[in-house]
Write a protein that binds this ligand. Sequence first.
Ligand code: SAM
Length: 368
Amino acid sequence: MEFSWAMANHGDKNGDDCCDSPADGKKELIGFQRPLTELMISTKCSDWLPAPEQLGFSRGAGQKPFRCHIYRTNTINNKAMFTKLTQINSRPAPFQFYTADDLWTNEHTANQMLQYHLNDSIDVSSRNKDFIERSIDWIVSHFTVGSKTSIIDFGCGPGLYTTGLAEKGATVTGIDFSKNSLHHAEQVARRKGLKIDYVHTNYLDFESSYKFDLITMIMCDYCALSPEQRAILLTKFSSLLNPGGAVLLDVYSHTSFNQKEESATYELNQLHGFWSPQDYYCFVNTFKYEREKVTLDKYTIIEQAKTRTVYNWLQHFSTASMQEEFNRNGFEIDEFYANVAGETFTPESAEFAVVARKSPDTENNAGR
Ligand SMILES: C[S@@+](CC[C@H](N)C(=O)[O-])C[C@H]1O[C@@H](n2cnc3c(N)ncnc32)[C@H](O)[C@@H]1O
């Protein structure tokens, strides 16, 4: 609760009858309309008032005192509340803030995310178990994965793909900035006797002199990045690929963009306590950026002790915009699919997948 100082007009400016209880709420509130230095406070009120000086008031020369009550109220200052609500409901520029680490690495939310990843039957954080098994089988057959294939998985989470691909014999690296997820992935690898290289870092900062035959980025994580971040990533992919190597990733489509609507809601302990073990109010503002085909779910999480804002951006693509972006960054697209399990592409699908390779020009330049 915020407190503010309020002043109550006591009526009789001359009399000696002083000091109603501070709890008396019937007086007319004047607020701080006068400059503080002009305020006079009757010293007779001092049995419950703090010293005027403590309140920052001083008596100007020749000013006559008038009787008033000044007391602490727990009335929320309306202006402050209005300003806060304006901030909460404000629309930032597309990709103005990047808070992915707050979503994935905050101790409490990382634990919740891990539960979602490991829930075999839902498509939250990771897809369901059946889909992942089908997807791994398709990857193995499409990219002829064997003991000589080196694969790197960007945003590997708890290793559902890296484990499956290592079990098929590939040499696998997984990158993630969630310690929690990597810890789980490492434990699974140890238990299964798999040698998987897990790297704990922000994948936008990842550097390596090793080259890979296949780069994967699964569950539309590519969409969470700004155009500038995606360009950095594609340059990185290009430098990490062996000649003839491929990138496999999935994205949200314009169909998915068209299905979304702007909204503003709030809820106590939204998502069943997902954001904090303490009680909180979570405001969820969904914004659409029509020209850029970007959506934002902006979460403002207000606990008693702190407020934080998490921005979940999603870029949505058409096959044409994907093609243009990849070409601009030195890649050619082999094929579009409905998903990373290699199903046939349909334009109505809310998501689609892409297999891309370095363009011959980029490949030749890299060889020089
Ligand atoms: C939607 S999950 C997908 C996990 C995995 N690919 C799967 O399909 O099971 C996205 C993962 O990317 C990780 N991640 C997001 N942004 C990242 C970043 N900038 N650097 C490293 N990891 C990141 C998250 O921690 C999370 O594990």
